[in-house]
Design a binder for this molecule. Structure first.
Ligand code: SAH
Length: 259
């Protein structure tokens, strides 16, 4: 979502929230990918506690709650997203067991070993994969699971253009095998790892944005921040279309087994 020249910090947070509030997901993903990752988790029952960290407006949380038992919390730093998350839960009649909370993933407002499952799609990069896994581990019960998506390289080598794009945006991007190693060193036993399909980026993330961009710019005429945001997202799509064989998101499920 950002690079060094025009990082997320240069944007008006209100504008970012408004832009991403118009679309169902705020990162690459799909209901099918969420359900596939869920199929590797087998410890849930009606008493289970699940946290979705960096939940956004909750597209994936609703899919989870419709397909798994237990009580779900979604945590995000943006109150606007959490308001939409809670409205979304209500719309799906899930408000009794799905609740959104404003907070930061850097300092979770929870107890040690509180959760049976930690979920996080397209968000752990904000704290950093290694730091996030090491910090979040303690909030998981022994025997609990974690499922996260993370940016990975698919090839050993690549052109300079895409290399610098990612090194500016998220230098922690790495080979899948190295990410699995980081998980294991953070106290998890890897269960499954799979690549998100191109539909997760195009049909589910970039295409819905191209529909709202014109309207968004019309609503904010001569607003440099709005233009930068749309310009940056368009550049991201361009990079994806040009280099999608070289990188993508990887979904990893892992367990905290008796450690
Ligand atoms: N999981 C959602 C949203 C992904 S976008 C989806 O897949 O659609 C990343 C989300 O992380 C955004 O909603 C953003 O507001 C949130 N976020 C970024 N930094 C955060 C932080 N420090 N603490 C909590 N949430 C954060």
């Amino acid at each position: 979502m950002s690079n060094e020249d025009t990082s997320i910090h240069d944007f008006d947070f209100g504008l970012i929230c408004e832009y991403f509030s118009h679309i169902e997901r705020q990162g690459p993903g799909s209901p099918e990918a969420t359900l596939k990752a869920l199929s590797f988790i087998n410890n849930l029952n009606n008493e289970s506690s699940i946290i979705d960290i960096g939940c956004g407006t909750g597209g994936q949380t609703m899919v989870l709650a419709q397909n798994a038992p237990g009580n779900f919390k979604g945590l995000d730093m943006f109150p606007t997203f959490i308001d939409l998350f809670n409205a979304n839960a209500k719309k799906n009649n899930l408000q009794d067991r799905v609740k959104g909370i404003v907070g930061t993933m850097m300092e979770l407002p929870f107890n040690d070993e509180e959760f049976d499952l930690i979920w996080s799609e397209g968000a752990i990069y904000n704290i950093g994969f290694e730091k996030g896994l090491n910090y979040w581990n303690r909030f998981l019960k022994r025997g609990g699971y974690i499922a996260v998506t993370e940016a990975c390289w698919f090839t050993e080598t690549r052109l300079q253009e895409i290399n610098s794009f990612w090194n500016d945006a998220y230098p922690e991007i790495d080979a899948i095998s190295n990410k699995v190693d980081v998980m294991q060193k953070a106290g998890f036993i890897p269960v499954a790892t799979f690549i998100l399909g191109q539909d997760c980026w195009l049909e589910n993330f970039y295409d819905p944005q191209s529909i709202i961009q014109e309207e968004f710019l019309k609503k904010h005429p001569s607003n440099e921040n709005a233009e930068n945001l749309v310009g940056e997202m368009k550049h991201e799509v361009e990079m994806y279309n040009k280099y999608k064989e070289f990188y993508g998101y990887v979904f990893s499920s892992a367990g905290r087994f008796n450690l």
